[in-house]
Design a protein around this ligand. Structure first.
Ligand SMILES: NC(=O)c1ccc[n+]([C@@H]2O[C@H](COP(=O)([O-])OP(=O)(O)OC[C@H]3O[C@@H](n4cnc5c(N)ncnc54)[C@H](OP(=O)(O)O)[C@@H]3O)[C@@H](O)[C@H]2O)c1
Length: 321
């Protein structure tokens, strides 16, 4: 099959031939139609993730969209989203014409959302939805701050917070293009990320946020705790800016705040399927979406480098035709 094949940690994959996947017990074969390039793909391929360096060569790609070709769980022709553990455990991922997927990692898609749009939302959408509903237990009428509002998680978090009845959603993002994406996702206000903790605190405004969705960490997370209301919850799932942040005991205890971590890896297959289905239903009605650009498999090297350099305007999605 044609695939993106990673030969050297830290280098982009190249477009080439790779052995076809084998179905086996409890695994289905999916013909891939669209697969995004996400930060986790690059992190795993770098060989520096906490999962350890993956054996090479392998096909990266932790998620995709396609059609079931061979399965004992679903009828051939069923349209599915799927996740893989490529780069985290041995085996190939989604950036190939075909993928072998554990049956429990298949989610049937029955909403009218294009494959590339589903791929762009993918596990980032799952994370945003679960951070709000499961981890933060967001309630209608609450005020939400989204740090990293122009990323895929951020865009879905903005749309999802609105759908869940937030009274106001403020998004913070570092680039102008990112702030534009946040506004297009439905943010009521956008602010610039940058500067020190005091500047960020002033920019975030009234200390009346109930929930913070954070993929950035560092100074932005420190400032965000200062603008949380009593009982507020900050949920972190990534460290785009920094892996560490400083929190004041006085700030945390005086307002009984909660600082919570989140990972999709803690979800059951049922939770993952439920979250994706909910997000896609709102995507079908235009309330949630992720800006994206499609690229052909043959352009994988260039696309990978653009993702690494932060030179994208939205999610890059590899499409197969
Ligand atoms: N724990 C989990 O289960 C889980 C699940 C999904 C994602 N994540 C993590 O969450 C993070 C966001 O994921 P995503 O899918 O939204 O990624 P994405 O679509 O690639 O977006 C990343 C965003 O991070 C921003 N960013 C990068 N470096 C930054 C910095 N130094 N300061 C401020 N902002 C910065 C970028 O802003 P610009 O647009 O301005 O460049 C971009 O909007 C990643 O770290 C990802 O690994 C974790």
């Amino acid at each position: 099959m044609r695939a993106a094949v990673l030969h050297t940690h830290g280098q982009p994959p190249s477009h080439g031939d790779h052995p076809d996947p084998v179905a086996g017990e409890g695994r289905s074969i999916v013909q891939v139609t669209a697969a995004p390039i996400v930060p986790l793909d690059l992190l795993c391929a770098s060989g520096t993730s906490y999962f350890g360096p993956p054996a090479v060569p392998y096909v990266p790609g932790v998620q995709g969209v396609g059609v079931v070709k061979e399965s004992s769980a679903l009828a051939p022709g069923t349209r599915v989203f799927f996740s893989t553990s490529a780069g985290m455990t041995a085996g190939d991922g989604s950036l190939a014409e075909w993928a072998a997927v554990p049956d429990e990692d298949l989610v049937v898609i029955d909403v009218p959302v294009l494959d590339a749009a589903v791929a762009a939302i993918g596990l980032s959408g799952v994370a945003a939805w679960m951070m709000l509903t499961w981890r933060a237990r967001m309630q209608a009428g609450e005020r939400v701050l989204v740090l990293g509002g122009g990323g895929a998680v951020g865009q879905v978090a903005i749309g999802a917070a609105k759908v869940l009845g937030a009274s106001q959603v403020v998004a913070a993002a570092r680039s102008e293009a990112s702030r534009k994406r946040a506004l297009e996702s439905g943010a009521d206000e956008v602010v610039e990320l940058g500067g020190d903790v005091d500047e960020l605190t002033a920019r975030f405004g009234d200390p009346t946020y109930d929930v913070v969705i954070d993929s950035v960490f560092g100074a932005a997370a420190t400032a965000a705790t200062r603008v949380l209301a009593p009982g507020g919850r900050l949920v972190n799932l990534g460290g785009s800016a920094a892996d560490e942040a400083v929190f004041s005991s006085a700030v945390l205890r005086s307002k009984m705040l909660s600082v919570l971590g989140y990972t999709n890896n803690a979800l059951t297959p049922e939770q993952r399927a439920g979250a994706l289905t909910a997000v896609l239903q709102h995507a079908a009605s235009g309330e949630i979406g992720v800006a994206h650009e499609t690229v052909p498999l043959a352009g994988i090297g260039d696309a990978w480098q653009r993702q690494a350099a932060g030179e994208t305007n939205g999610r890059l999605v590899v499409t197969f035709s």
